[in-house]
Design a binder for this molecule. Structure first.
Ligand code: SAH
Ligand code: SF4
Length: 349
């Protein structure tokens, strides 16, 4: 009984709601729908941290809100700046857990790489995050607060969900956060500038496409089921043919292409034979290929390919009229490479 009482008194975090959910929460308080848009603008455009700041709401309404709800925020515990301008932010959550975000400035763009889970359950063999197993999903508020915190001091033009975790394994919270990012009342980022990266959870790719319009990046990393089964255990459940079909059916924003990420690993998937199979696999899929030379880390069993193999692979794809970029590893000196953020986790908790 006591437990129930305490729980029922817990305040909801307004940053855990997408706009529709906030509308219905306010509806329960007898308030008009447009109030949700006003509150959203305060939270995501003006960076409000208390209801008191929301001066276009009556004093009574603000007071009532404060009794039922709260506004969470995250402040970086530590910020590291790489020689190439990449910035890494470490955010502490409760229970000693932490997540990282990385800001990658690049001429006219500034891309924020956001985390969606603490650790990751997918167990990809080449990935540092994978070795930490899954600690827990991030709440919607914890995903958007990474953005809230960075935009306070920096310009952010693009967002990629490519930090720690598998976004589609935390689909409901990720969809809420994506809606806030692209909402005209939220962060107002064009859906052409927001990308979700997945290791290939096929049913969730379809669900994501139904829920929100954003770009999709797929971590392919291999061109046969035999190879991919070893590198990415998710392939045993959703093999290549199913993944490619899911890409084919994904409703992208206008005139956009699927991003195909291909981590090149020495002696594993870096030959021209691999490149040939990749071309065949992607036939008919509007795609651009991101070649990512494997980033070595302490204890990694794999290595970065020879530069000559990377160049030859790149050229093979170009010569077949594919869009391809070889991604320079940014922020290496502060281990901020996107997709291999290191959580400062207790190994055995
Ligand atoms: N879980 C999602 C998003 C985070 S990983 C996914 O897998 O897509 C982001 C990217 O980093 C993925 O494309 C992944 O293949 C890549 N990556 C992981 N470890 C890497 C490493 N050691 N070197 C280079 N890229 C790596
Ligand atoms: Fe998880 Fe992505 Fe790393 Fe695989 S590559 S373990 S899905 S974070």
């Amino acid at each position: 009984m006591k437990g129930f009482f305490v729980k029922s008194m817990e305040k909801v975090d307004v940053k855990d709601f997408c706009l529709e959910e906030l509308e219905s929460f306010l509806g329960g308080m007898g308030k008009e729908k447009y109030r949700a848009r006003q509150i959203f603008k305060w939270l995501y455009q003006k960076g409000a941290v208390s209801f008191d700041e929301m001066t276009n709401l009556s004093k009574e309404f603000r007071a009532e809100l404060a009794t039922r709800a709260r506004i969470s925020s995250l402040a970086p515990e530590r910020t590291e700046v790489s020689a190439d301008g990449t910035k890494k932010y470490l955010f502490m959550l409760e229970n000693g857990l932490s997540v990282e975000s990385v800001l990658i400035p690049d001429e006219e763009r500034a891309t924020l790489c956001v985390s969606t889970q603490v650790g990751c359950a997918m167990g990809c063999r080449f990935c540092l995050t994978g070795t930490f197993r899954l600690q827990r999903n991030l709440r919607c508020s914890e995903i958007v607060n990474q953005v809230c915190s960075v935009v306070k001091t920096e310009r952010v033009t693009n967002i990629v969900l490519m930090g720690m975790g598998e976004p589609l394994a935390n689909l409901d919270n990720v969809v809420r956060a994506l809606k806030i990012m692209v909402s005209p009342d939220g962060f107002q980022i064009s859906n052409r500038r927001v990308t979700v990266s997945t290791s290939g959870l096929v049913p969730e790719i379809a669900r994501l496409g139904q829920a929100v319009t954003v770009n999709l990046a797929v971590s392919l990393n291999a061109t046969t089921d035999e190879q991919r089964d070893v590198l990415m255990p998710v392939n045993r459940k959703y093999p290549l043919a199913e993944l490619i079909e899911a890409c084919r059916n994904f409703p992208l924003p206008n005139r956009r292409m699927i991003t195909v990420e291909y981590v090149m690993i020495r002696g594993i998937n870096d030959t021209l034979e691999d490149a040939r199979r990749l071309v065949k696999l992607l036939k008919g899929i509007p795609s651009k290929i991101n070649l990512i030379p494997f980033n070595e880390y302490e204890g990694s069993e794999y290595g970065t390919p020879e530069q000559a193999s990377i160049d030859a692979f790149h050229r093979y794809l170009l010569d077949r009229n594919l869009t391809v970029i070889t991604r320079a590893s940014r922020g290496r000196d502060i281990s901020a490479a996107c997709g291999q953020l290191r959580a400062k986790l207790e190994k055995n908790n």
